[in-house]
Design a protein around this ligand. Structure first.
Ligand code: SF4
Length: 359
């Protein structure tokens, strides 16, 4: 693991500490486990319309961002909707959970409650990520700092050999987080530590030979029993689409910029429901004009590409929102793109990415 450590201040945005983007203040609202009730979805849709740019922007950690929040009153609305249970901990409630696993979802709720009850854990870096994988191998592939995968404890994506039951999982992950806080120095992520052994010291459980787990795709798109997996194009969910989901029932926002809708969704929402839709594999940062750092309107360029392998378009080297998993890197240069480091003019992007998909 890398020993490099960052010395910049933790700039992860939240509700109180917004990010100052070119299109106005950006607020990030954490959804532990991605779980969101119909009423909460409605509250976010209203907030997006009344205070922001009229859309909910899904993140690669299963959270929601509101952009262009130029009018006041967001925090009060979120508190009323139950989306801001602990103002002091709002930026550390970073918890993934397998959307289709009741056990993982339940553990995410329990961890959230326990996390918010420990004042010192409000000091965790805003990038620190917890995950509960019900054994599907879906969120275990998302690079969490500490992940419980159906009994196995993973640190920075690697199996430690420690095995704990579901009943011990929450306390185990909290113990790791506490130990990280004590020993992290200037590191933001467990993957930046030279030695992770001390993080497990004294934690009860069985130990076995660490193994390499398979990582599986995220939420399927399309019908899943009585539910349905849907995706908004580039993770931008209009307020009307959010209300359509709320009308169908509760939901789970996933780290793959998709949503598990737990009820019958009306047709013709404009959400992607076809698992073969060409744009499903492509993600893109906000780009121009929303971000002053962007060298291109990356979403417009990405939309013209059509079918592509899993690819992420970024307007600058920060590569905001890039997937944790393997993908083709598409980086704006100002007069074209670097595709996995090789220059490609805009007009050649579609062909280059199509070729990547067949390799
Ligand atoms: S990757 Fe760069 S251009 Fe894109 S949103 Fe982030 S900072 Fe802006």
């Amino acid at each position: 693991m890398s020993t490099s450590a960052r010395v910049r201040a933790d700039a992860c945005p939240g509700v109180f500490a917004t990010h100052d983007a070119a299109d106005g203040p950006l607020a990030r609202i954490r959804l532990p486990g991605g779980a969101i009730s119909a009423a909460q979805f409605r509250a976010l849709a209203d907030a997006a319309d009344d205070l922001g740019d009229g859309a909910l922007h899904l993140t690669s950690r299963g959270n929601v961002q509101l952009r262009g929040v130029t009018r006041p009153g967001l925090a009060g609305r979120l508190v009323a909707a139950g989306l801001l249970p602990s103002p002091s901990h709002e930026r550390v409630r970073n918890i993934l959970a397998s959307p289709l696993s009741e056990t993982a979802q339940k553990l995410a709720r329990e961890l959230d409650e326990a996390l918010c009850a420990v004042p010192e854990l409000a000091e965790l870096p805003g990038r620190f990520l917890f995950a509960f994988d019900g054994g599907q191998g879906d969120v275990a592939g998302e690079g969490a700092d500490v992940c419980w995968r159906d009994g196995a404890v993973l640190l920075a994506g690697e199996d430690t050999g420690l095995r704990v039951t579901a009943g011990q999982a929450v306390e185990t992950l909290l113990a790791v987080a506490r130990a990280f806080l004590r020993t992290r120095g200037t590191a933001w992520r467990i993957g930046e530590l030279a030695d992770v052994e001390p993080l497990l010291s004294g934690i009860p459980g069985e130990t076995t030979e660490p193994r390499r787990f398979e990582v599986n795709p995220g939420l399927p798109i399309g019908p899943i029993g009585d539910a349905i997996g849907v995706a908004p194009v580039f993770g931008r969910l209009t307020s009307a689409q959010a209300r359509a989901i709320a009308k169908a029932g509760n939901a789970v926002v996933t780290p793959w910029r998709s949503i598990l809708v737990l009820g019958p969704l009306a047709p013709d929402t404009g959400l992607i429901t076809d698992p073969d839709a060409p744009s499903l594999g492509i993600s893109a940062c906000i780009g121009q004009p929303g971000c002053a750092k962007s060298l291109a309107d990356v979403r417009a360029d990405a939309a013209r590409v059509g079918r592509a392998p899993r690819a992420h378009f970024a307007g600058c080297e920060r590569r905001c929102g890039k997937p944790a998993r393997e993908h083709v890197d598409v980086l704006a240069t100002g007069d074209g793109y670097l595709v996995d480091g090789a220059y490609v003019p805009v007009g050649e992007l579609a062909r280059t990415l199509a070729e990547k998909g067949t390799q």
